[in-house]
Design a protein. Structure first.
Length: 131
């Protein structure tokens, strides 16, 4: 089974609405983050998007649940969020509670993904990690 099929099978365990939104979110992530690596973490029940194996190379994660869907951002506290999408109180990460397809397609969410990629590249350049 391919990685794509494994991720789709994982997401299909959730309510149809959650699975459909997660699939749409995957498409936006792949379109926004060139050559990103998708990593399924069954134990943590999430799908990560990164440019390597280290936590510092993680850009974002899709977190499905019975109640809904979240898009988590590593270094979310460093992102400019003028429209107040980001939630959470962690020292590093923040998340967006995905409530609708319109939200997934919104320019605001795409802007957060673009910012997250630029921030990753900036940090990678200073730490000499793989870009």
């Amino acid at each position: 089974m391919s990685k794509d099929d494994q991720t789709k099978a994982f997401l299909s365990q959730y309510a149809d609405e959650v699975a459909a939104r997660a699939q749409s979110l995957r498409e936006i992530i792949f379109a926004s983050l060139p050559d990103v690596i998708e990593q399924l973490d069954l134990k943590a029940k999430m799908v990560g998007y990164c440019y390597g194996q280290k936590y510092s190379e993680l850009i974002c994660v899709i977190i499905p649940s019975k109640k809904g869907l979240k898009l988590g951002f590593n270094r979310g506290v460093s992102l400019s969020d003028t429209n107040g999408l980001l939630q959470g109180t962690g020292k590093i990460s923040r998340y967006v509670d995905i409530k609708s397809q319109d939200q997934i397609n919104s320019p605001d969410l795409k802007a957060l993904l673009t910012q997250a990629l630029l921030l990753y590249r900036e940090v990678a350049a200073t730490k000499k990690i793989k870009k």
